[in-house]
Design a protein around this ligand. Sequence first.
Ligand SMILES: Nc1ncnc2c1ncn2[C@@H]1O[C@H](COP(=O)(O)OP(=O)(O)OP(=O)(O)O)[C@@H](O)[C@H]1O
Ligand SMILES: [Mg+2]
Length: 358
Amino acid sequence: MESIDYESRLKELEKTVRILKKKLERSEADRQQLENASEVREAVLKNVIRELETSQTALEIRTQELENTLINLKALQLKLVESEKMSALGVLVAGIAHEINNPVSFIYGNLNYASDYFQDLLDLVELYQHYYTEPVDEIEQKIQAIELGFLKVDSAKLFQSMMIGAERICEIVKSLRTFSRLDEAEFKSVDIHDGIDSTLVILNNRLKPSPDNPYGIQITRNYGNLPLIECYAGQLNQVFMNILANAIDALEEQVTKYKQTDNLDLTLPQIDICTQVIDDDWVEIIIADNGVGIDEQVKQKLFDPFFTTKEVGKGTGLGLSISYRILVELHGGKLECYSPPGSGARFIIKIPIKQSKS
Ligand SMILES: Nc1ncnc2c1ncn2[C@@H]1O[C@H](COP(=O)(O)OP(=O)(O)OP(=O)(O)O)[C@@H](O)[C@H]1O
Ligand SMILES: [Mg+2]
């Protein structure tokens, strides 16, 4: 009895073992499946990560490329603005100068004749008056009407001032031609004092006393004995124009400040221009003003394109960056700026007398 019991118990146990074994096999299969699935998932994940890393690197390269393109575009834009500004201005100036030159030559050339003819006629009238001391009424009335006495005196003054005016136009036209010097697309040996002087003639309107600046701007020239300088004269004149125009702006700002503030001493607005030969083969041109000066923060960005402290519409912020390029890149020269607090600004241009490239 006991052995039967034992046997059935054994069978039962065997059955349980079988069931357990099956269950174990099944769970082993499940585990295997799970493992496989997670391996697949891991592989997929690794792939995704690898792809992400690749695309991140590609993105970084692309960003760098874009940044480079942006820098190139900015440089290109600057060059375009510069050449646009230069050539448009140069063409316009040269065109106007050319167009004015002929008619003003007629006027200037004929004024002397006109003055002589007029004087001859006056002499003739005097001769008539000498021999016909008692003219008829009609002539007497005409003499009164045209105020002959005044006419004689005033006409001389009139011709004189027309002569001065015509001379001035000729001088301006000549300066405009010197200034634009479009023809010179290569290094030429020029007298840079001519360039500075013609720039000052063009700027004359801003140097004279005006309601805003009743003191005007005094220019002192200390020109050294310079040889001819090999340069792009038109472009160099552009540099003089930019630096002088900035100095005038700074002096006008100083006068405005003086007007707005009580108990501020005004030293009369002045620009000093000094030239000299340095180290035998270089020349130095110093343009110094006693205007508002440049503080340290502004100085850091002085030559950056588009940096300006002037109000919208007044400054583009390109003057000095273009000047820097013209001097440094085109002429192998230097442009430095000094502005000790409270004593205006001093720009120092240095250029080689001869260009080694040419
Ligand atoms: N002589 C100076 N005195 C005081 N500040 C100056 C002088 N020259 C230049 N600056 C300062 O440097 C800045 C940059 O000058 P830059 O000539 O490049 O541009 P801008 O004069 O502002 O504009 P743009 O010349 O294009 O009309 C000016 O805005 C001004 O703040
Ligand atoms: Mg400027």
